[in-house]
Ligand binder design. Sequence first.
Ligand SMILES: NS(=O)(=O)N[C@@H](Cc1ccccc1)C(=O)O
Ligand SMILES: [Zn+2]
Length: 324
Amino acid sequence: VRVAAPEDYHTYDETLAAVAEAEAAYPDLVSSQVIGQSHEGRDIVAVKISANVTVDEDEPEVLFTHNQHAREHLTVEMALYTLTELTSQYGTDTEITTLLDSREVWIVPSVNPDGKVYDQESGSFRSWRKNRQPNEGSSAVGTDLNRNWAYEWGCCGGSSGSPGSDTYRGSGPESGTETAVVADFVRGRTVDGEQQITAHIDFHTYGELVLWPYGYTYDETGPGLTADDAAAFQALGGELADTNGYTPQQSSDLYVTDGSINDWAWADQGIFSYTFEMYPSSGAGGGFYPPGDVIERETSRNREAVVTLLSYADCVYRAAGLES
Ligand SMILES: NS(=O)(=O)N[C@@H](Cc1ccccc1)C(=O)O
Ligand SMILES: [Zn+2]
């Protein structure tokens, strides 16, 4: 099977440069801001894309997060694809133009820059997953950021309490430097008591899946997740999967996880939060390191899903025929 070389993917610095380039090319559409620093001090950036971008308008907001897991570099390419596609098509594609005139889009291209650099920039890939934060009382490094979010943290056997585990949940909810930075950013999007972000995709690799909450329980409904909520998640999840050929399912159907971003974003912030597991569907496609010549195909594969999510951002329940 063909696998990638580190230079097939944007480095962390190249990613920030691409963001700066888009901002310079489209100053009325793109505005990036530093929302905090990683454990090792790297900037974590959030890129806003919208017409009249410098004004916080009363429009539904949509968030795309990428690279919680260090080795999942294709998700950073996905962020740069979305940035490039939305900016270059504004004023040309009527659907994208209408969406950027009526929504505000946020992209966090790399939630885990320390992990990305550690995995990619030592000469060969290291299959690293977690962040690079040390653990007191252990020589093992790193927290699995996608087990560190503050809803049902460590509740249900969906993570590990051992620092050496690849699914180590951290010493407490939001103990991960980068989890706290992104969670604070999301909480900061609450204006007059209302969370402006209505929908979210957290991009991962690999498996070609569309996943939705809850991850901590097999139950389809639960505290803070009604039958109508579940119907909306399933209807939209299915519609998104129809556009990219991924398999739609509640995330616990894959395996139980606790402390995931999706469960927190929904239960704590009321955001319709999905995970996309991108290409490949199995290790035979190159696993976490598919060759560079699939990047364009496998990022543009999600164009319609991104546009569809944006189209429902004013009322996700509409996807299930529930207007109320
Ligand atoms: N990218 S991955 O291989 O780590 N898989 C993800 C899948 C996942 C994502 C969100 C909720 C449940 C499960 C993970 O965090 O385990
Ligand atoms: Zn992942």
